[in-house]
Design a protein around this ligand. Structure first.
Ligand code: KG4
Ligand code: ZN
Length: 354
């Protein structure tokens, strides 16, 4: 791990890009001093995140979440060395709440503000020293979340080369849709994983889009539609649990096979440029899935790669990754951002390298 130059104090990170209101304070060496995370419940009746409700909930809860985090760390705002917030990509209302709160706080205590890219933060978290994963640059990134599916080479906090991405839906979106047609709650990924544990893959047949094709792109819309068609062919009324479990198990197996296949192509590309051995970092909410982690471990081992995935609770959205990304940015020599730093609903990883 590269040496981290002395920062003037702990870094507060704020995450509000979707439906988690979160704050974390990390010491300059990455030690987590305190963290708070509120998963908004306001969206449950709608089976998806309602942007306006999310923004309002962030506004209502963020000040308390930050105050509790400072209290838990035993710090006053003036003790902070920097304040960071996710400024994209994500839902604009929530981004504005988090970014403006962070800017106000930074300005009030005269400390630098850092605008953090949410995707870069998911990726960099694997390098948090206390996780002990030993991830060095360059590494290969598989980022699979509610809004994304992509493979990229990461050479520095802001140096990414995109190898492939989804041509339609995100991986998590596909999990959530499959969970919905199986009558599970939102977010669907964890519920589908739990149900799949009692099912048997192969009892129903689902497609594995892009499997065996060259390149590193993904496509999930065919898989999503196929699950919906299967569920619609069931007799009227709630789907029988055993049947739903078999569908969930087959869905998860198909998803794992596709992700491992696309990652294997990306590993070959990585080896051409950097040689072996390599590190495959799995990040984003879908990387919390145990079956997917097992499939990725197998694919990585075959190519003399090591799979590095944060613990499941840090794969999904959190503020530790925001504070850590800010520490990585500062230690790589990034200048702090101005008060005019924009919040961006779209902010592709590869645009950071420019
Ligand atoms: O990274 P994340 O928390 O938020 C975004 O940046 O989008 O990812 C959320 C997504 C949701 O679609 C959720 O269903 C999925 O990650 N997810 C999972 C699991 N836990 C969360 N998918 C599969 N298996 C899981 N255990
Ligand atoms: Zn995320």
């Amino acid at each position: 791990m590269d040496a981290i130059p002395a920062l003037p104090g702990p870094v507060l990170g704020i995450e509000t890009s979707c439906d988690e209101t979160a704050a974390a304070i990390l010491a300059p060496d990455g030690t987590v001093l305190a963290e708070r995370l509120l998963s908004q419940q306001d969206h449950l009746p709608y089976q998806g995140v309602v942007p306006e409700l999310a923004a309002r909930a962030h506004l209502a809860h963020l000040p308390r979440i930050v105050a509790e985090t400072l209290d838990a760390a035993g710090l006053r705002p003036a003790d902070l060395g920097a304040v960071a917030a996710t400024t994209g990509p994500g839902l604009i209302g929530g981004l504005l709440v988090g970014a403006n709160y962070a800017k106000g706080l930074a300005l009030a205590v005269g400390k630098p503000f850092l605008a953090v890219n949410h995707l870069a933060a998911h990726a960099l978290l694997a390098r948090l020293p206390s996780l002990g994963l030993g991830v060095e640059f360059p590494f290969l990134l598989l980022l699979v979340s509610g809004g994304h599916a992509l493979l990229a080479i990461v050479e520095a906090p802001h140096r990414h080369t995109l190898l492939g991405q989804t041509i339609d839906d995100a991986a998590g979106e596909c999990f959530d849709k499959a969970a919905r047609v199986l009558g599970l709650g939102f977010p669907g990924g964890p519920a589908l994983e739990a149900l799949a544990a009692s099912g048997t893959p192969g009892r129903v047949a689902l497609p594995r889009p892009m499997l065996g094709r060259p390149g590193c792109d993904f496509s999930f819309s065919g898989l999503k539609t196929a699950v919906a068609v299967l569920a619609s062919r069931e007799p009227q009324g709630p789907i029988a649990t055993a049947r739903a479990a078999d569908i969930a198990a087959e869905f998860q197996t198909a998803m794992a096979a596709v992700l491992a296949d696309r990652a294997a192509n990306a590993m070959r590309g990585f080896v051409e440029k950097f040689g072996r051995p390599g590190t495959l970092v799995a990040a984003g909410g879908v990387a919390a899935n145990a079956a997917i982690r097992t499939a990725l471990t197998g694919a990585a081992t075959e190519q003399d790669f090591v799979l590095a995935a944060p613990p499941p609770k840090l794969c999904t959205d959190n503020a530790v990754m925001v504070a850590w990304a800010a520490i990585e940015m500062l230690s790589a020599g990034h200048a702090p951002d101005g008060m005019d730093a924009p919040s961006r609903p779209r902010w592709p990883l590869q645009s950071l390298s420019a």
